[in-house]
Design a protein around this ligand. Structure first.
Ligand SMILES: Cc1ncc(COP(=O)(O)O)c(C=O)c1O
Length: 500
């Protein structure tokens, strides 16, 4: 399939991305098809390699393609696998595509005849969601051990909350969230995370994803630039892409996100950061870089979204205070989620907003969904205020800390120096680093199914240059799963060495 840039005036990488996506959705590029290398495509089209990489990166972020080491970029998602998708969905009619196959021409005729049923943004968000559904959050690298949650206490609190609040719970609840819960959240965030905030700044939501959706609608528009960490959290990228936002990357090293690179993007509207526990590498953002990020936001008027998804699970040293606490409340939106720290089915998360944004976000929430169920909010407020939350965190830190220790010990025992354990002072997963020529996709596939979540690090990069390694989720793995998982990885590495 030969693709030529069109004359719509959209940036070249957007045109190219739309055309490739249209080919995938029409079936001209079927699942399994290999997309030419960035170098080849750039030469064929007379565009820069960066343009091609930006287009492919967007397709990757939306789950249309995967990148396989030594093979290239492969189409994964076709018309059949996009929910609600109709093969008739296509790029805008003005896109000039030269096709070489009869099948593509046939599909094109269908495209012209029937109007698209999903918008381009709709397709992007559905593709991102499909990738997450396929990955299955219950067994992903950040899965918690739901069995360690004190269910009895929770059941009692639900019953008490229902009795005490009576008919009030039958009403929709306060638009910003239950005041008792917002107070408990802001007290906890101030005391344990160093935030500067009051209950008036807290907005109770269902999930981090919902927060990202609201942020994309309220603070960003189609064509605006948002900055993501590379490697980073694909589900955040997918929501931004689904809002028509252009996503650009900043690198991550041992000190966390390279926030000095933010300065290269003075027009960007938002930077998404995971300062306490970088996802997926697990490093902590240094103080110097935190200050650089805040200065950048102050100078440019951009927002910083601080995703503090699992920093409560800190094992070795004292917790690092949140970036929000350094900011003076003006530029940072702080995101916390109980879906990580308690259990995924609770469906409760929160944003701590700069005061200037509270009213707009509360109003917009009313238009897009509304606050979560009052009963759950009331029960969670009691759970925190009565000390069960702090006790659960202490117990979880002991359990997960011991699993982390076992994993580090097992990796060392079975692999010697061939695997380098990444930062693991926080969170529910750890990265095991390999030499850059290792095929982490193959090793992950071969070591899955032994009781520990294993996924390839390279899958969390949007660009072509990626480190190799594995994300090892120890949170939901029992001791046996950790031992068997580590042994399977070592066996796979050994077989690779003896084969070469
Ligand atoms: C970086 C990051 N943020 C947020 C979340 C989860 O957020 P939620 O389930 O509330 O959407 C995850 C889950 O894995 C994550 O890895």
């Amino acid at each position: 399939v030969l693709i030529t840039p069109d004359k719509t005036g959209a940036p070249l990488h957007v045109q190219l991305y739309r055309q490739l996506r249209a080919h995938i959705l029409s079936g001209a590029l079927a699942p399994g098809a290999l997309i030419p290398s960035a170098r080849t495509m750039a030469a064929d089209l007379g565009v820069s390699r960066n343009t091609v990489e930006a287009a492919i990166g967007q397709l990757w972020a939306e789950g249309f393609v995967v990148r396989r080491v030594g093979v290239g970029t492969i189409v994964t998602l076709g018309a059949d696998s996009v929910p609600f998708a109709n093969p008739a969905i296509s790029a805008p009619p003005s896109v000039g595509v030269v096709r070489s196959s009869a099948r593509a021409t046939g599909a094109n005729a269908v495209m012209a005849a029937s109007p698209p049923r999903l918008s381009a943004r709709g397709l992007a968000i559905a593709a991102g969601g499909r990738a997450e559904l396929d990955a299955d959050a219950r067994s992903g690298p950040c899965a918690v051990d739901v069995h360690s949650f004190p269910q009895r206490i929770w059941q009692r609190l639900i019953a008490r909350a229902a009795r005490q609040n009576g008919a009030d719970l039958l009403l929709p609840g306060a638009p910003q969230g239950d005041l008792a819960l917002r107070t408990a959240i802001s007290d906890h965030a101030r005391l344990t995370r160093g935030l500067q905030c009051s209950a008036q700044q807290v907005l109770v939501l269902h999930s981090a994803q919902q927060a990202l959706d609201l942020i994309s609608r309220l603070l960003l528009g189609p064509g605006d630039v948002a900055l993501m960490e590379e490697p980073g959290y694909p589900s955040a990228t997918a929501v931004l892409a689904g809002a028509g936002v252009i996503v650009r990357s900043i690198a991550v090293d041992d000190e966390g996100a390279c926030t000095e690179q933010l300065r290269e993007h003075p027009a960007a509207r938002l930077a998404y950061l995971t300062p306490s526990h970088q996802f997926p590498l697990g490093v902590t953002l240094s103080l110097a870089r935190r200050l650089t990020a805040i200065n950048w936001a102050r100078q440019t008027g951009a927002w910083i979204l601080e995703d503090d998804y699992d920093s409560e699970f800190r094992y070795d040293d004292r917790p690092v205070a949140a970036l929000q606490g350094l900011d003076g409340r003006d530029h940072v939106l702080y995101l916390g989620t109980f879906n990580k720290v308690l259990f995924p089915g609770i469906r409760l998360a929160y944003l701590v907003l700069p005061p200037s944004l509270v009213d707009a976000f509360t109003s917009a929430l009313r238009m897009t969904d509304g606050p979560p169920a009052p009963l759950l909010q009331a029960a969670l407020a009691m759970f925190i205020a009565e000390g069960h939350f702090a006790a659960h965190l202490r117990r979880s830190r002991r359990i997960y800390g011991a699993r982390r220790d076992l994993l580090v010990e097992q990796l060392k025992a079975v692999s010697g120096d061939r695997i380098v354990a990444g930062a693991s002072s926080t969170g529910l997963h750890m990265v095991a680093h390999f030499p850059d020529d290792a095929d982490d996709v193959r090793i992950a596939a071969a070591s899955t199914g032994h009781g520990m979540s294993v996924s390839p690090l390279s899958a969390y990069y949007a660009g072509e240059s990626k480190a190799r390694g594995l994300l090892l989720g120890f949170g939901a793995a029992g001791d046996d799963g950790i031992r068997r998982g580590a042994a399977a990885i070592a066996a796979e590495l050994n077989s690779r060495r003896s084969a070469s």
